[in-house]
Ligand binder design. Structure first.
Ligand SMILES: Cc1cc2nc3c(=O)[nH]c(=O)nc-3n(C[C@H](O)[C@H](O)[C@H](O)COP(=O)(O)OP(=O)(O)OC[C@H]3O[C@@H](n4cnc5c(N)ncnc54)[C@H](O)[C@@H]3O)c2cc1C
Length: 376
């Protein structure tokens, strides 16, 4: 089997690369930011690329969100700036449930602003005491006097300090619902932080007696998990795209350094184990890219049916990015550990990828269950 990107996706990758190249000069500053960076936001707005994260019915590029399209854009962005990559991806991840099942009022009022990157989106699942085990959440929503009332505390929420709205997972009676909450609703409090090893726009969001109209519930009462699953099925594989882009960028840095610097009268690239490290990195990046493209094209055809492929690609590519970035730091010697160098930034940016959008161990456990499930 061979896998080549379709022409439309090659063009999209090229467009995204051009967008990222224009802001490469600013990537170091943006990746140190803990609030949305205006240069990156403007570049994203000018590119129009957020349209690949929203279905055509709401102004997006294709009938349903195309995971391969999101993946190739993230490949281009992930190799240049984690901040740009996150800003792009979260517009889709934070709004997807609204596109699929939000009320007409919410869709018409908010999705055009998401597309234009005027309204920054956020998805609130995690809580101080709840990470992987989402069914243990304690945030609640209840119908009272013709409104929805939300109480709880969400933690580690990407974009929280800048978000215009939150899509919130909450317990509703015996089930779970998703609720759309504008950030300026009374009772919503946002605090920035914590500071991460790879700085990120992140924060804590508290909901205290927050009242929103009934049509702020996304989909039917108790139907949150199918919607969360649909979001993951469309976007999880794109984390792999970002990881492949990052790994390739780290390898490019190592190639430039090891061919440009001589020790013992020879380029580093010809010395001792360096050729093996370069060859191994190249092989692993291409392995990860192939699995990622293949999984994303399967997800494009059937997002939920291909979720195990998306999980495999996410684990494989993010583990590859960490390994490759680590080797590339080693190959660049002391220059690779200088704060502010590109390789040092890529090394730090690789680390959180193995934790968010499904911890890699959790995904491997789910894969094992799928693999060993008795045939019906
Ligand atoms: C940069 C960043 C951005 C984030 N953005 C968001 C966001 O926008 N919205 C949001 O809701 N959350 C967000 N999160 C939180 C993220 O979703 C959680 O970190 C993730 O779900 C894992 O939860 P946890 O960190 O509490 O780890 P835990 O669930 O406590 O897990 C700790 C470790 O144990 C492993 N583990 C857990 N359960 C199992 C199991 N059953 N089998 C095997 N291993 C297991 C995990 O893989 C992990 O290695 C973000 C996190 C980071 C780092």
């Amino acid at each position: 089997m061979s896998f080549e990107l379709p022409a439309a996706h090659r063009e999209l990758l090229e467009r995204a690369r051009q967008t990222a190249d224009k802001v490469r000069w600013h990537a170091g500053d943006a990746d140190a930011a803990t609030d949305v960076d205006p240069v990156m936001r403007e570049a994203l707005q000018a590119s129009g690329l957020v349209s690949v994260t929203v279905p055509a019915a709401h102004g997006g590029a294709s009938e349903t969100v195309d995971p391969l399209a999101v993946t190739v854009v993230r490949e281009a962005f992930g190799g240049v700036s984690a901040h740009l990559d996150s800003l792009f991806a979260m517009q889709g991840i934070g709004s997807y449930a609204l596109s699929v099942a939000g009320s007409r009022r919410v869709q018409e009022e908010w999705l055009p602003r998401v597309l234009a990157v005027e309204a920054i989106a956020a998805l609130c699942l995690t809580e101080p005491d709840v990470g992987s085990d989402l069914r243990s959440i304690t945030t609640t929503v209840a119908e009272r006097d013709g409104e929805l009332v939300l109480d709880g505390h969400k933690s580690f929420i990407t974009n929280a300090p800048a978000a215009a709205f939150f899509t919130v997972l909450a317990k509703e009676e015996a089930g779970y619902s998703l609720v759309f909450v504008p950030a300026d609703t009374p009772g919503v409090t946002v605090t920035s932080g914590p500071d991460l090893i790879a700085p990120h726009v992140i924060g804590e969001v508290r909901f205290e007696g927050v009242r929103v109209p009934l049509d702020s519930r996304v989909g039917q009462p108790g139907q949150a998990f199918p919607l969360v699953l649909q979001t993951l099925a469309s976007f999880r594989v794109s984390v792999a795209g970002s990881a492949v882009g990052l790994a390739q960028a780290a390898l490019d840095e190592a190639v430039a350094h090891t061919t440009g610097r001589e020790q013992f009268g020879q380029p580093l690239a010809r010395l001792g184990p360096i050729p093996q490290m370069l060859g191994t990195c190249w092989m692993e990046v291409e392995q990860a890219r192939l699995l990622t493209y293949s999984a994303a094209s399967k997800a494009a055809a059937d997002p939920q049916g291909a979720l195990h492929w998306s999980s495999m690609a996410k684990v494989a590519a993010t583990e590859t990015a960490s390994r490759v970035a680590d080797r590339c730091v080693q190959m660049t010697g002391r220059f690779g550990v200088v704060t502010g160098s590109t390789i040092e930034r890529l090394y730090r940016n690789a680390r959180p990828m193995r934790i968010y959008e499904g911890g890699n161990e959790v995904l491997l456990g789910q894969l094992a269950k799928t693999l060993t499930r008795p045939a019906r």
